[in-house]
Design a protein around this ligand. Structure first.
Ligand SMILES: [Zn+2]
Ligand SMILES: [Zn+2]
Ligand SMILES: [Zn+2]
Length: 188
């Protein structure tokens, strides 16, 4: 491999770029009302999540009753529902009244709960299944292999708790990260 490659000089040195970014952040922070759209704007995470029930927010749900796909146009159907309509041979009214979407790949977001295990102090990790975190869940599986009659509710009060894991790097994500990527399994 050649070692004669020209050194690439960034147009803006890293420190200057960081300073510019910080100035820009401060400028924007000064322009935003901290009380703006309290149920939609998360000022700490700099994250806006539009609520289709807020008439000030220009986002609408697909008009098929159980669909919920977010759209930019009011009273319309999302692409999969529109394709199903085209194939149905029904009138608009018949289709809207009778068509319901099957299970979808994407589900509503459920914020994670806290693990219920821990004797003395409660485990600081997020619950994954059965109300316990991944680490407690793998311990629990071993306990069950040894004795299938052990009751989870009694067992959780007898095990030491774990310290919290770092939160996912994605703004507004409440899940924890288990890997060196800094991202939760959903975002990884
Ligand atoms: Zn739809
Ligand atoms: Zn736990
Ligand atoms: Zn995440």
């Amino acid at each position: 491999m050649s070692t004669n490659l020209a050194t690439v000089t960034p147009l803006i040195p890293a420190q200057a770029a960081n300073d510019q970014l910080e100035q820009w952040r401060l400028f924007l922070a000064g322009k935003i009302d901290p009380a703006w759209r309290p149920t939609e704007w998360n000022a700490q995470a700099w994250l806006f999540t539009g609520d289709s029930d807020n008439p000030s927010t220009v986002v609408y749900r697909c008009r098929i009753a159980n669909c919920g796909t977010l759209l930019r146009v009011q009273n319309s159907r999302c692409k999969p529902c529109e394709l199903a309509f085209a194939a149905s041979g029904m009138s608009d009214e018949q289709f809207d009244a009778s068509y319901r979407r099957g299970p979808m790949r994407y589900h509503a977001y459920n914020p994670p709960g806290q693990c219920i295990a821990g004797s003395g102090s409660r485990c600081q990790r997020r619950a994954q299944s059965l109300g316990i975190c991944r680490s407690h869940y793998s311990l629990w599986q071993k306990v069950r292999e040894r004795d299938a009659d052990t009751a989870l509710t009694a067992w959780v009060g007898t095990v030491p708790s774990y310290d919290a894991l770092p939160s996912c790097l994605v703004a507004g994500c409440e899940h924890e990260t288990h890997t060196h990527s800094g991202l939760c399994p959903v975002h990884y």
